[in-house]
Design a protein around this ligand. Sequence first.
Ligand SMILES: [Zn+2]
Length: 210
Amino acid sequence: MDYHQIPAMFLADAPGLDFLNSIATPVDVPVDWIGDGEGLLAWLEQAGMVPPEAIASIRARATPAELDEVAEKARSLREWFRGYVQKRKGRALAAKDARELEPLNQLLARDEQHGEIVANTHDEAMAFSFRLQRRWPSAESLLMPIAEALARVVCEEDFTHVKACEGPACTLLFADHTRGHARRWCSMAVCGNRAKVAAHRARQKEAKHG
Ligand SMILES: [Zn+2]
């Protein structure tokens, strides 16, 4: 199905896991929001990972074929990282889990970030803030905020609470930040309700036959 018709989903509570969820089956047909270059630009903008002016400048400088190529790299990065997360979710990461992250470290080494002093606009205690900015020298640099988001998943999330939605046909992953860590669904509105309806039907059936 055409991703243009459906807004991308941001319900993972961790941007790197939202990136894994950029392919999903929100109704009954799979949607890949980063299936081509334009899709990747739109997803990154919706995710707030690339500022609109950087999107516009990359779009002006790169050919559609170049952007499609970057989207292809993003998809293979996504599927590689999905394998990493699927294998380890539900338990805490250990030092030995670092070895397989080497491809991600190699990508991160190509990032071009620099600090910048910016004036605070509101009445804050300090007049200035120190912010990290990123240079966007090529279409490939679109992979950098993604690499950062994936790195933050392994550095900042407790993998004990990284979960897959319990919806039988659902592929969505999320970080359960709820108190008590009882989150089971990508969203109550989608899989949560489906499960409630199924449980209700099962109870009705049982009552009839019981
Ligand atoms: Zn779900």
